[in-house]
Design a protein around this ligand. Structure first.
Ligand code: ATP
Ligand code: MG
Length: 414
């Protein structure tokens, strides 16, 4: 038997109702804030992620599904299944000159992402993210709106017990000074750092702070290193941006904690970064990660455009939310006359009712049994009903049955 690949999952049956409910809530929350949906391709040129996610990240170094297509004689190209969606949205933003519309340009998405990781609870190889990207605004009002929408989306799903962790990485100027002092203080310990951190030391030293390796964590606790890490290094402008953001969040009554170690996995972030966590998830506690990436559009060849966004892990949300019961059909048509049954089902569906009928010409009793399992009402179309032009309607919750004269009356029922 051929089985699903490790780290992938089929979603069907009762689970679908909850999935659809999560999607509907994302759609409602983001559309109400004037974000429009964007659907970009599932695969992109490998180079987009190498540059757009960054070659010091775990994603690019270890987790990408990359393969060659075309063959040597036909312009062989390297493509990658998207491991995240910011790079793809930015590519699309540049390619279609979306910066010509007046800012802010706001987009939301919901779809599968692919990372070659070790599968475990809350970690799959094909997983889904719901996210938003907001372009064109450098003011901290945008940061506040984006964080607010993450919180409001989670609240809409009934999730309130969450921690918003917040940090500022500063701009290129102050970030670079900080990087240099981190490098300096870590230099004597370079050989003791893990191999990943040795590489990060060269490519993006800030990412070292994100390391989960126990030995590296111990090194961060050494007094003179900790002091440098926790130093308030950002410049006046960045500090002002961060303070203003906090005042918006306070005003909105959104609780947060400042985590100076929060640097996030991707290379392109500047200024605001944030994560939302739920203790209920155990070791994979992050449901949402986001931040500002003012340099990315320019780095990928567009005109300089400030931007900020987040991505939520839908599978992790799924484990946290109360499961939604699948909705029942409005009607099941019980009849031995397939021609009448199929016509009536179609008529109801065109009026936006959920209706089903028997496809197998089974006995009335069998059809009624199916009806009571799957629908709110059975519409019985026997010979009498067809000849005399009425419907026998059975309420499947109460068992009550009555005659209904017109189609309009049926429509008003459920
Ligand atoms: P982690 O530290 O858990 O690996 P990350 O920094 O790689 O997270 P992001 O790239 O920020 O994650 O993605 C945003 C969200 O997507 C995460 O907070 C998480 O909820 C979800 N996510 C990331 N990778 C996976 C995965 N392999 N399986 C399921 N969900 C994931
Ligand atoms: Mg990861």
């Amino acid at each position: 038997m051929i089985k699903a690949q490790r780290g992938t999952k089929d979603i069907f049956g009762d689970e679908v109702a909850t999935w659809q409910w999560i999607f509907e809530n994302a759609k409602k929350t983001f559309q109400n804030a004037d974000f429009t949906e964007i659907k970009t391709p599932i695969f992109e040129a490998t180079e987009l992620f190498n540059r757009g996610v960054g070659d010091s990240t775990d994603i690019v170094n270890k987790e990408m599904y990359t393969f060659k297509v075309g063959g040597a004689e036909k312009n062989e190209t390297s493509i990658t299944l998207r491991p995240e969606n910011t790079a793809g949205v930015v590519r699309s933003f540049i390619e279609h000159n979306l910066n010509r519309q007046s800012p802010p340009q706001k987009f939301w998405y919901f779809g599968p992402m692919f990372r070659y990781e070790r599968p475990q609870a809350g970690r799959q190889r094909q997983f889904h993210q719901a996210g938003i990207e907001l372009f064109g605004i450098k003011e901290p009002t945008a940061d506040a709106e984006v964080i607010m929408l993450a919180v409001d989306f989670l609240n809409a799903l009934g999730l309130n017990n969450l921690t918003v962790e917040l940090n500022t990485l500063g701009c290129n100027k102050c970030k670079n000074e900080y990087k240099e002092s981190i490098k300096k203080v870590l230099l004597p310990y370079l050989e003791e750092l893990c191999d990943d951190c040795k590489m990060r030391y060269k490519k993006n030293p800030l990412r070292i702070l994100d390391c989960k390796n126990e030995n590296c964590q111990k090194i961060f606790e050494i007094k003179e290193i900790k002091e440098i890490i926790l130093k308030d290094y950002v410049c006046d402008e960045c500090r002002e941006h961060f303070t203003e953001l906090q005042s918006y969040l306070d005003n909105l009554n959104i609780k947060y904690t400042i985590n100076k170690m929060l640097v996030r996995g991707l290379d392109y972030y500047n200024r605001t970064v944030f994560e939302i966590k739920s203790e209920a998830l155990g070791s994979q506690s992050a449901v949402c990660g986001g931040g500002r990436y003012d340099g990315l559009v320019e780095m990928l060849g567009g005109t300089p455009t400030p931007a900020i966004g987040f991505a939520m892990g839908v599978e992790r949300l799924y484990t946290l939310v109360d499961k939604v019961a699948p909705k029942k059909n409005d009607f099941f048509i019980v009849s031995n006359n397939s021609n009448e049954a199929i016509k009536l089902a179609r008529k109801l569906r065109l009026k936006n009712k959920r209706a089903s009928f028997d496809l197998q010409k089974r006995k009335f009793a069998k059809q009624l049994e199916k009806a009571s399992k799957t629908a709110k009402y059975a519409i019985i179309l026997g010979e009498d009903e067809i000849n005399e032009n009425y419907y026998s309607l059975k309420n499947l919750a109460t068992g009550e049955q009555k005659a209904i004269k017109t189609f309009e009356e049926l429509l008003n029922l459920s």
